[in-house]
Structure formats: structure tokens, C-alpha cells
Design a protein around this ligand. Structure first.
Ligand SMILES: [Zn+2]
Length: 244
């Protein structure tokens, strides 16, 4: 579960593209629209509801998970993978003060979660999402002005790919944002974009994210988006590019 501090930090990350525009389409002539739904911070009490909806809608998504110790929550790591979704690393602790204190701390916390996932599911994700996104300001307090760029470079060098988002559902703007507000954000933030990485949260408190999900999927389908999962070779969107 996230503390208020962490939830504010998550929201503080700019929900809109710093890069501004869509990357050029790799498939010339075809206007293929792709949507990558992403759920951060799980597993939680909402995970099984999210999985059920995705199953009913025939949609695959990506879960950026954190470290959980209860047997019930740990069982969801396996369910996520078994149902064909992609698993990404979102650090074990999700503790900004610790993970952003140094390159070594971030790496250690990521490996700690990957060790747990290897033991419980048999996979070591090579994709991750920074808690708060790669442009969060609170990291600077913990590790200095350039800590994000340094961590991004290190993690990229050792074989990881990280993903931000170009469509925020804004479900972190309040503990429980009204369903209609979440839907309005998905609609307005995806306008004009052919490839979208949609930020949502899998958290005990995010009941309205679950309520909004079927309608959000239906709306995206109507806009002719095809749903895919993130992987090292998929479309990538990053606020911050590792220098050098
Ligand atoms: Zn998070």
C-alpha cells in the first residue's frame, strides 16, 4: 500500500509527454493503433478484479509490480504471468528515500524483487518502471540532481529497459478518483496518439480504476486500438533519456 507521500510523488511526475510527439510509425502506410495498459504498485486486493476484466475483454496488459510478502498477494504474480500478461519490475520497496539514494540502492532493490519473482514465478523481468516515473522530483532530494539520469544509464547498461507513460488515467490524483474522471482522462490524454502507454494503478484503494476499466477498454477498442504488452522490443516511451 502506498503512503500519502508516495501517492503524491506518483502524481507529481508529469503525466504528459516531455518529448511531445509520437515517434514515427514503423509500419508505413498502416495506421496501426496500439494501446499498452499498465498497472503499477500491485499486487493488491484489486488484482483479481483487474485480471477478471482483462480476461472478459480478451485484453493483455503489463503489471509493474512491487514486493509483497503475503501468500495471497504473491500468488497473483503467478496468475498475472499465467494469464499471458507482462510482468515488470517497480522495485521491491517503492520507497523513494531509499531507492533514489544511490545507483547501488536502486539496483539492489530491483534485484531483490527479481529474486522474489524468480522464486515465485520463475521469471526475472528485464523491463521496469521507476516509482514516480523517470522525471520525478522527489528523487533529487534523496540522491541529488542527476540521480535519475545516473540510475537510468546504469540500469540500461546492465540490460534493463524502462517505461514511462504518455497517457495518464490520473487515478493517482486522489485516493479514489471518480470513475468518470478517470475515463475522461484516458479519452482526452490519448487523443491524437497512435501508440499509447496508459498509466493506471493496482492498489487496494483504487476501486474506481477497476470500475472504469471495462468502459476504458471498450472506448479504446472503439478508437481501433489493439492491445499489446510491453517488452524490451516494444514501443518505448521515456520522459528522460539516459545521456551518453
Ligand atoms: Zn508506483
Amino acid at each position: 500500500m502506498l503512503s500519502g507521500f508516495q501517492m503524491i510523488a506518483e502524481y507529481a511526475a508529469k503525466p504528459y509527454a516531455i518529448l511531445g510527439t509520437d515517434p514515427p510509425s514503423t509500419e508505413r502506410g498502416s495506421r496501426k493503433k496500439k494501446a499498452y495498459l499498465t498497472f503499477d504498485d500491485g499486487p493488491s486486493r484489486q488484482t483479481r478484479h483487474i485480471l477478471r476484466i482483462l480476461r472478459e475483454k480478451g485484453v493483455k496488459a503489463t503489471f509493474f509490480v512491487t514486493g509483497k510478502s503475503s501468500p495471497e498477494l504473491k500468488s497473483y504474480y503467478k496468475l498475472i504471468v499465467n494469464e499471458g500478461h507482462s510482468l515488470g519490475n517497480h522495485t521491491y520497496s517503492h520507497n523513494y528515500g531509499y531507492i533514489y539514494s544511490s545507483i547501488a540502492a536502486y539496483r539492489k532493490d530491483t534485484e531483490k524483487l527479481n529474486d522474489l519473482l524468480a522464486r515465485t514465478v520463475g521469471v526475472r523481468p528485464d523491463i521496469f518502471r521507476f516509482p514516480g516515473g523517470s522525471d520525478n522530483h522527489l528523487s533529487r532530494k534523496a540522491g541529488g540532481r542527476h540521480i535519475m539520469a545516473k540510475i537510468a544509464r546504469e540500469m540500461t547498461n546492465i540490460g534493463y529497459q524502462y517505461f514511462d507513460w504518455n497517457v495518464s488515467s490520473t487515478d493517482a490524483a486522489a485516493v479514489t478518483l471518480p470513475k468518470q474522471d478517470i475515463l475522461a482522462s484516458v479519452r482526452s490524454n490519448s487523443r491524437g496518439k497512435n501508440q499509447i502507454i496508459v498509466l493506471m494503478h493496482d492498489d487496494d484503494h483504487k476501486t474506481t480504476t477497476v470500475e472504469a476499466l471495462p468502459d476504458a477498454i471498450d472506448w479504446l477498442k472503439k478508437q481501433e486500438y489493439k492491445f499489446e504488452t510491453l517488452s524490451k522490443s516494444s514501443f518505448v516511451f521515456q520522459f528522460l533519456h539516459p545521456p551518453g
